[in-house]
Design a protein around this ligand. Structure first.
Ligand SMILES: [Mg+2]
Length: 337
């Protein structure tokens, strides 16, 4: 590399972003030292993004920086935890100053928003790969697991699903979308806003939670498996954004109802929260979400019978397997986290 590792760190990552009072020792030593709030459990998450696997090679560096942090913040949120400290391992094909400074802009922009401090990192030479680890805290015993869902619990979903999957298809096919829908859908793909405040507020309030990174059906499946239960989703209750509905409603991305739902349930990269709550808690959940603009929808019910049933408005069940006419020959090449 033209620039030394130390020079890369110093120029782009040292002394950037916020200064948390609980960081005893940040970047620059063999390790970081932080002080945990008393009465709390430490929550640790890590996620790796590989160019060409988790994001297209041509993705703007600001967006890579933002998304690498966002996908981890989403995991912290899914535990009901408060994010605090991050470490970053960057593998770079070459030390491109302009790329690094744009990457750092995206990374620190989001870190600032959630008061996360970068406390350490590592750089190596190789194919572009970004690994972020975040540590945060939750009041002792209040972390939300995947294993707590019980028959009768209501299944909730924040925001809307399918936007990022649709944007990825448009990106791969290099098809233009209308300015308004395009801007919204591409921001959902490249600059997802993790549901951090929402996740924190649900700590100790809900029975199980997961973030939606691999697709709603797959991620809800993790809750069902860990909890030893099944579920029915009411497909007419699955929240879809106005842009998703508009773009799939006519023109080159037209999809019938079944195709549209299959995309929304399986494309992934949504970074919404899916959680379950006993019926007695539903009022409380709705109160919590009156404070948040993303909204929260009851989409189904946990049942004793194993498996996931997808009930359409007419009462028949939808299969997620694709059959019949398929608009898009190529599957999305993206993988969630
Ligand atoms: Mg996750």
């Amino acid at each position: 590399m033209a620039m030394s590792e130390f020079e890369i760190i110093r120029r782009n990552f040292a002394s950037r972003g916020i200064d948390r009072g609980d960081v005893v020792l940040g970047i620059g030593d063999d390790g970081a030292v932080v002080r945990m709030p008393s009465g709390c459990d430490l929550v640790t998450v890590v996620d790796t993004l590989v160019a060409g696997v988790h994001f297209p090679h041509e993705t703007r560096p600001e967006d890579v920086g933002h998304k690498a942090l966002a996908v981890n913040l989403s995991d912290v949120a899914a535990m009901g935890a408060v994010p605090a400290w991050a470490t970053l391992a960057l593998t770079l094909p070459h030390a491109d100053e302009a790329w690094l400074s744009a990457f750092a802009r995206g990374f620190f922009g989001l870190a600032q928003r959630y008061e996360v401090q970068l406390v350490g990192g590592d750089t190596t030479h190789g194919p572009l790969t970004v690994t972020v680890q975040i540590q945060g805290w939750v009041h002792s015993g209040r972390a939300v697991r995947r294993s707590g869902a019980r028959p009768g619990d209501v299944i909730y979903l924040t925001g809307a699903v399918g936007d990022a999957g649709l944007a990825l298809r448009a990106w791969q096919q290099q098809q233009a979308l209308s300015a308004t829908d395009g801007e919204y859908l591409f921001s959902r793909l490249h600059r997802p806003i993790p549901r951090c405040r929402e996740g924190e507020a649900l700590s100790g309030e809900v029975s199980a939670m997961v973030d939606v990174s691999d697709g709603l059906a797959a991620d809800l499946g993790h809750i069902l498996e860990a909890s030893g239960v099944g579920a029915t989703l009411n497909l007419h209750s699955i929240p879809l954004s106005p842009s998703f509905v508009a773009v799939t409603g006519s023109g080159k991305y037209y999809m019938n109802e079944a195709e549209r739902l299959r995309l929304a349930l399986s494309a992934g990269d949504d970074y919404e929260l899916c959680f379950t709550a006993p019926e007695a808690q539903c009022r409380r959940v709705e109160d919590i979400f009156s404070n948040f603009s993303c909204g929260c929808h009851a989409i189904g019910i946990i049942e004793t019978a194993p498996g996931l049933r997808l009930r359409q408005a007419d009462g028949t069940l939808l299969s997620l397997e694709r059959n019949g006419y398929e608009h898009f020959a190529q599957e999305p090449g993206n993988a969630g986290n």
